[in-house]
Design a binder for this molecule. Sequence first.
Ligand code: NAP
Length: 335
Amino acid sequence: MDLKIGVVGCGAIGRDHIRRLMTKITGCKVVAVSELNEAVGKQVAEQWGAKYYKDGKELINSPEVDAVVVTAWDPAHAEFVLASLEAKKYVFCEKPLAVEIADCKEIVEKEMAGGKRLVQVGFMRRYDPGYNQVKKAIKEGKIGLPEMVHACHRNLEHNDDMTSDMSIKNSGIHEIDIMRWLLEDEYESGQVVLPRQSRISATQGLQDPQIMMLRTKQGICIDVEISQSSGYGYDIQCEVVGDEGTVRLPDPPEAIVKNSCTKTTAIMPGWQTRFPEAYDIELQSWVDTVKADHITGPSSWDGYMACITATTLGECRVEGTIKKIETPEMPDFYK
Ligand code: NAP
């Protein structure tokens, strides 16, 4: 029987996830959608034959909905995840799990009190074939012991509401999670270095670019450039350097075109086209594991750790200091 899904938030990724769930992912259907903008919500509901709810919590509590996908804007995530836990329903929440550490802690405590993992966070890079190849090479000892990671996350352009803090808490959070997953290590300390200001982002008072520097408990040093307006494309790079070799994230396979005495390769403009396979695998896996009543994807604990790290890095940026990243011991519940 199909898993009946309710989606809260019909913005860019909400609509993309709905399309994917209805056309590519097997064993499920979207039966309900919620969106503050009534015209958009009703149009999306009509397009997919789903029921429209103005109120996300009403959707979550509807007996028609078996499981919830939260794709509203970041500040609304905690409220809808907590409502899903209250309703004892599986919930897939886009990153970040919550904006505030206290909200992540509340989610983790509520989930543990319920005695069962119900929350998965949308850290989709863990499902990307390229990142999985990098992880496999590290685990098989192909590069020896990892010493450093050089990475970058460059967005083509940013929305008007992007802030210096969000640059880490919304974009950088992908990097914070994927490094922790790749290296199977926890963070020890962090720092943010501010290069020369981009003239494009300066018009909005956005500090851009920023370099997140992280040191893990095993002493691995990570530098990640976060840029919100690369001016040329959405570019995600990652190179792990070990004491016996290096491994690099592959670019998506794109044809090399030669004409008029030039050689060109397309660069993707955004997350939709850069990571389609990762989203497919992520959502299929979530649907399958929810139906098997045993989810295994990125947990609310992972979301909590990422939020603590991103928040500390935000403080480092403001204070211009290196700070210890204080994370609690992982409870057995999440091991
Ligand atoms: P977006 O286009 O701005 O969409 C956000 C949507 O949520 C808007 O339609 C907004 O409605 C709606 N919304 C806000 N508050 C709501 C509420 N209280 N109840 C119901 N709907 C509400 O942003 P987006 O790009 O789709 O991003 C949505 C989320 O996905 C963000 O948290 C973002 O971090 C995450 N995301 C993840 C990835 C990834 O790679 N995993 C990629 C993109 C986005 P209005 O338009 O009426 O305000």
